[in-house]
Ligand binder design. Structure first.
Ligand code: SF4
Length: 241
């Protein structure tokens, strides 16, 4: 099976536990204003790689993963290519390697039997989900990403029922995702889930702006500064309740 890959990185330390081989899948239906990888948006481009070829590359690093590390599939939105990701993680797991998926949960549709089935099949090969909840308020989520948060929140509940381990991730952007009242609502939602092992609060950064310039796309967060360390601590405390 062939997938469209944006890039791979063999020394990841920020996308799941330990040292990880990160596969960034190409293509994303969201348009997060703070996205630092606009070059990962377009579908059907990127490098075409087979499950077999990518697995062979990954297993070379097996000894570096130690007891905690492994493989993380990220993006773009990786689950747009869910069939490929399922086959890849099935293959990687057969070598005893730990697996994680970093997703917005957008592709999950609880009303579609096919969607649920595909996510169910994938979940057999995923040790940890890194689930990005970008905004708890649906309208604000739409303003920020162009899409509803309904699928994301439903996916969180569904994964929880399945008993899958999750890390919830939230990017803090001044004036967009750091309203205390909304953060309390997000915290209350997270508290309804039983399998959240960690809440990761990630500061917005401006490192992707050069890509926007190169691609000739207007950067929506022009002039917005990264949050202070103190604010990140405050947000962590609110979310952890
Ligand atoms: S989901 Fe990720 S890749 Fe897609 S637009 Fe948002 S930040 Fe960018």
């Amino acid at each position: 099976m062939i997938g469209n890959i944006h890039s791979v990185f063999s020394g990841g330390t920020v996308d799941g536990p330990g040292i990880r081989f990160v596969v960034f899948m190409q293509g994303c239906p969201l348009r997060c204003k703070y996205c630092h990888n606009p070059d990962s948006w377009e579908f059907g481009v990127g490098e075409e790689r087979s499950v077999k070829d990518l697995t062979q590359e990954i297993i070379k690093y097996k000894n570096y993963f130690g007891t905690q590390g492994g493989v993380t599939v990220s993006g773009g939105e990786p689950l747009v290519q869910i069939d490929f990701v399922t086959e890849l993680l099935k293959s990687v797991k057969s070598y005893g390697i730990n697996t994680a998926v970093d997703t917005s949960g957008f592709t999950f549709n609880e009303n579609s039997e096919e969607s649920v089935k595909k996510h169910e099949e994938l979940s057999k090969y995923v040790d940890l989900y890194l689930l990005d909840i970008k905004h708890i308020d649906d309208n604000k989520h739409k303003e920020l990403t162009g899409v509803s948060n309904k699928n994301t929140l439903n996916f969180a509940k569904w994964l929880d029922k399945l008993g899958k381990k999750m890390w919830i991730r939230h990017v803090v952007v001044d004036g967009y995702t750091d309203d205390n009242e909304q953060l309390l609502k997000l915290s209350a939602f997270i508290k309804t889930l039983n399998n959240v092992e960690k809440i990761e609060v990630l500061p917005y950064h401006t490192m992707g702006t050069v890509k926007y310039q190169k691609m000739g796309i207007k950067y929506a967060l022009e002039g917005v500064n990264p949050p202070s360390k103190e604010r990140i601590i405050e947000v962590k405390n609110i979310l952890k309740g």
